[in-house]
Write a protein that binds this ligand. Sequence first.
Ligand SMILES: Cc1ncc(COP(=O)(O)O)c(C=O)c1O
Length: 353
Amino acid sequence: MDVLFHANPSILGTSHRQAPVRDVVASIKDGLSDFFSLPDGYEVVFGNGGASAFWDVACSCLIEDTAAYGVFGEFGGKFATEAKIAPFLSEPVVFDSPYGTTRLPELTPDADVYAWPHNETSTGAATHIERIPGSKEAGALTLIDGTSAAGGLPVDISQTDAYYFSPQKAFGSDGGLWIAIVSPAAIERAEKIEKDAASGNSGRWIPTFLSFGTALRNSRKNQTYNTPAIATLVLMNEQIDWLNRNGGLDWSTKRCEKSAATLYTWAESSDFATPFVTNPDDRSNVVVSLDIDDSLVASDIVAGLRENGIVDTFAYRKLNRNQLRIGVFPSVEPEDVRALTVCIDETVAQLRK
Ligand SMILES: Cc1ncc(COP(=O)(O)O)c(C=O)c1O
């Protein structure tokens, strides 16, 4: 909040095409390049609209014809739905599994894109990021939704062609922006698709707002195509700086691991909570979902915590489970997570009286 206060009036409310704001964008690009140890040729691209908008950018400019998806929750499913309704794409191939597990797409004839979430925020299940064997050799791109994972879970960017996310989770900012770290192969793919569309050969309409090339050209000038929320940029820049000063991705992933382990260990020894994700290999270190015993109503616990100033512990709305879901992003102090377990125990003790 201090950084926002000091950004006023020199940056907040000023033109995003002038040096003060462009310097912030340049600093975010440099900071992310360090944080994710960007391989040669990879670039950081920005656009407005959050990760949800990036799904449509990908449908417009990165999927040539057929995408194969790993779907194990709401967010992975939403991207697959966008590809399904795009009239110029073939029916996507969906590999799905029950919520609380993970599922990667399998090598699929004709697939030119493979996509899945690094962390499924709706369930608290996380994957390891490695290209599907044979997919790169077949010329396919790997697009990973890192929205709730980026900054909190380990990733080797060279295993992806677009690692995209919104800044409101581990990057401690507000929403409204998408950030994609993209490979030369992704850039080349978008150039080809956009060129074909412009010449009228492909029957594809690419709205300028969804044009990857437009986003890339603006990002190279440290701008966005249209006006961004400047406070979002200022907050994100500060958070990246803080993460890098503390030790970067290695530090932040260990910090999240510690917080998550506190919750999983506590739940396993509790008489009313159990980790929703049963396979420990699939458990997320950034979003922890805990099933609550039927003798209690999770929303009563959530309400009790909220009355005491502890907010947003509820399950994903469409999951319809008697569950708590807790974000343990890098900004969260691991000691506060320990304190939270004591608060939950106390709330349950009060409810049982
Ligand atoms: C994994 C994942 N993907 C995509 C999104 C959509 O992000 P946004 O709301 O910023 O568009 C979210 C939002 O929480 C998410 O958790």
